[in-house]
Design a protein around this ligand. Structure first.
Ligand code: HEC
Length: 94
């Protein structure tokens, strides 16, 4: 029974938004962003980054600087992930 649940629940939850977030989290974890950033720092610097566009462009330059091999839409996904976890800006769907 437990096995069946473990298998079906993730399948049921796999809407697009969910898997994008999951993937973004994994990309973020793998890109060693935390080498320079502690998770606290993302919270702490909230004053500097005042909207999602700024967050997005910051992630873009940091991804380039740290040579994360991400495509534009992946950078966007990671930005959305960081936003959801830490910044909580309102995001306009484009
Ligand atoms: C080589 C060190 C380094 C690495 C690696 C790095 N960053 Fe940064 N990051 C910085 C510096 C420096 C700043 C600028 C802080 C400032 O504005 O004073 C910054 C700023 C940011 C900000 C804005 C923080 C804020 O709230 O002010 C975000 C978001 C960010 N980085 C995301 C990332 C992500 C995602 C990665 C992984 C791809 C990453 N960074 C990897 C050095 C790094």
């Amino acid at each position: 029974m437990l096995k069946i649940l473990a298998f079906t629940v993730p399948l049921l939850l796999t809407t697009n938004a969910f898997s994008d977030m999951q993937e973004a989290k994994e990309m973020f974890d793998e890109a060693n962003c935390v080498q320079c950033h502690s998770v606290n720092k993302f919270k702490y610097r909230k004053d500097k980054i005042s909207n999602f566009d700024k967050l997005h462009s910051m992630v873009t330059s940091c991804a380039t600087a740290s040579a994360a091999p991400w495509f534009d839409d992946e950078i966007k996904d990671v930005s959305l992930y960081l936003n959801k976890e830490y910044y909580k800006f309102k995001v306009e769907e484009k």
